[in-house]
Design a binder for this molecule. Sequence first.
Ligand code: ACM
Ligand code: ZN
Length: 747
Amino acid sequence: MLRWMLLGILGLLPRAAGQAEMDLVPLPEQIERGTGVFRLDADTALVVTSTSQEARWAAELLDQVLAGGMPTRARQTDFPPRAGHVITFADGGDPALAPEGYELRITPEGVRLLAPEPLGLLRGVQTLRQLLPADFESGTRPVTEVTLPAVRIADRPRYRWRGMLLDCCRHFMDVDFVKRYIDLLAYHRMSVLHWHLTEDQGWRIQIDRYPKLTEVGAWRGPDRYGGFYSKQQVREVLEHARRRGITVVPEIELPGHSSAALAAYPNLGCSGGPYEVETRWGVFPDVYCAGNDETFAFLEGVLEEVIDLFPGTYIHIGGDECPKTRWQQCPKCQARIKAEGLADEHELQSYFVRRIEKFLNSRGRRLIGWDEILEGGLAPNATVQSWRGMNGAVKAASAGHDVISSPTSHCYLDYAQQRADGEPTFMGYIDLETCYAFEPTPSELSPEQARHVLGLEGNMWTEHAPQERVDYQVFPRLSALAEVGWSPKEKRDWPDFSARLATHLRRLDALGVTYFQPAPTCGTSARVFPDSIEVVLSGRPPDGTIVYTLDGTDPDAASACYTTPLRLTESTVVTTRGLRPGGGLTSKATYRFIRETHRPALPASGTPGLARRVYAGALRKLPADPPGPPTATDTAATCDLAGISLQRDYLVHLAGRLRVPRDGAYTFHLTSDDGSRLTLSGREVIDNDGLHGARTVSGQIMLAAGDHELLVEYFQAGGAQRLKLEWSGPDLPHQVVPASAFWHEDQ
Ligand code: ACM
Ligand code: ZN
C-alpha cells in the first residue's frame, strides 16, 4: 500500500477552472491537489541529492526544458539555493512504487521529486514537465511567468512493457527523428522502443562481419532508396534512450522478411538466388534456408554484434509471415526435417527459432517473436508478441510464457484513424476511442497466467508513411495507448481522457508534433445525384468551425465557413477541414459528388459468369493495354481470383455485364492487393490502382434496371493476392456481388 491516501474525490467533481494545468497524460495513479502554487523565477535551482545518474539526467532534462524560457537561469548547485526556489531530485518515496514509480510533491515552498529506484525520477520528471503551462515548451513564455500547481502525486505504471514499434525499413528514419521519437515515448512515460531494423525492403544496421548487408541490402530499386545506421549512430541512439529510461529492443527478422539479407548473401536462400532488395510491399517466398548451417553461422554472427551493441535483455527475432514454399522444395530443408525428425515445415520453423533462442540464451539474452512462433511448437523461454488478435497472448500466457499484447484491432497505428473519403485505408481503421478501450490482459487468463502479460505495444509500420507522416499516424493514439499501459484500469475513463487530451494536444503543439485531428465528416452518404444534392458536414472541432472549398483546393482559415448544408447542382469536389480556435487546421477530408442520370441499361442477355482473361507480366500499375495475349481464359462465376494458379506478376481482366435489379444509385467497394479498377457502363467507378496491401476503395454510380457493361482489372505483383467486389443499392444490403448479377456474351 502507498504511504498516504488519496484525500479528495477529484473524479466526482466537475472540472474546475485551473484544472487544465493538471490534465496529465497518462493519468497518474494518485493525485492530491494542494493549495497555492510554486513560482518559478530567475533563481529557481535544480538540486540533485540522489547520487544516481538517472537523477542527474532527470535534472538535465528539466534544465533544458526550462532553459527554453530562461536562458540566463543559474544552474544546479553551483550557488546556495534560496528557500522556496528549489526543485529537488532525491532518492526516497514509498518503496512500493519501485521500480518505475515516483512521488512528486509541489508546495509554494518547494518541489521535491522522489523515487525509491532511480528510473522513477526519469518518469516523474516527465509528469513535472506536463505541469508546466501547456504551451511552455513552444519557447514563447518566459519562465518567470510560470507557476506549478501545489499537488502531491504518487504514481507507478500498471504494466512494465509500454512499447512502440518503429519500422525504419519500409521507410528509412534518420537518427534525429529516431531520437525525437524516443523523446516522445519518454514524454508519455512509455518504456520500450521496438526498433524494426531488417526487412525485405532494407537492412538498416551496420554489421562488420557482413558488410554487404548495408552495401547491398540497405538500398532498393533503380533510384537506390535507403539508408542504414552505423554502429556509432546506433550507440548514439541507445545512449539517448538510456538517459530517458527507454529500453531499445532491436528486431532482426528471421526466417522470413529477409529479402534484403538474401540479396546481399544469396547463399543463405534455398535456391541460391539471385535475389533483390524488395521494392514492393507484402510477404515474399524467399526466406533463409533452414537446412543450411551457413544460415545459422551468419545469423549468430549478426546477433553477436547486435548483442554487443544493445544492452537490453530482449532481442526480437520477428518470426512472422514466413511462407514455407521454398522449404517444401529445398533438398537441404527437407534433409533437415528428416534428420531432426520434424513433422513438417511448421516444425522446421520452430526448429529454426529454438536454435536461435538457444544461442541468445547462451549469451544471457531473451528471445521475443511475433505469435507465429507458436506454430510448430514454442521455443522454451520465448516471449510472444500477439498481433493476429489476442489468441496468441492467451495461448502463450496459458503455457507459462510472457506475452506482449499488440493486436491489429487496437495497436496498429499505421491503420487509418477515421473513415473519410480522403483518408487512405490500406489496412483498416482504428479510431482514438478504440485505442483507448484496449485491454492488454485477456479476461480468459487466471490471475497467475495474467502475470505473464508484460504489457502492450503499438506498431508503426511504414509502408505508407515516410518519416514526415509518422506523427500523423501515431498521435494522438500513442497518448491513448500510453495511458492504457500506465494508468490503473479502474481509472480509465474515455470522457475524462478526452477532456484531458484537449490540453495535451496543446502540449503536443508546443513540441511540434503534427498529430492527426479528425476531419469533418460528410453526413450525406450519396456521392451521385441526378439533379441536386444537400451535403451535410459535421465534426466541428471544440469551439472551432468547419471550413471548405468547392474547387479542389486545400481549405485554410480564410476559406468559406460551413454554417448550413451545402446544395450542389453540379459535379463538385468538397474539401474540408476543421478550424480550431487558435487558427490551427485539422486533417483534411475530400468528398467527390457526381451529377449524373441513370446509365441506360442494355437488354438482359448472355450466359452466367464473367469472361476472365489472365495475362503474365511484372506490373507496378494497371496498364492501358494488356502486355500480350492472355495466358489463360475461363469463365468466373464471381468477381474474384478463384482458380488462378499464378502466384505473382500477372494481370486479370474480368469482363461482362452486371445485372441490376432496379433503377437507383449503387455503391461499390473494391478490395484488392495489389491494384484494381472498376469500370461500369463506360465510366470509371473505382480507381484502386497501384502497389499496395489489401485496400478497399468505394464508388457510386446511377444505374437503370438491366444489364451494364462491366470491366474489373486487377494486377498482382507479389505478396498477398486478393480481389473482392461488394455492393449495396436500393433495397440491397451491403454484400459481395452475387453470381446471379454477372453475365457475359459467349466468347
Ligand atoms: C506483423 O504485423 N507482420 C507482425
Ligand atoms: Zn532450404
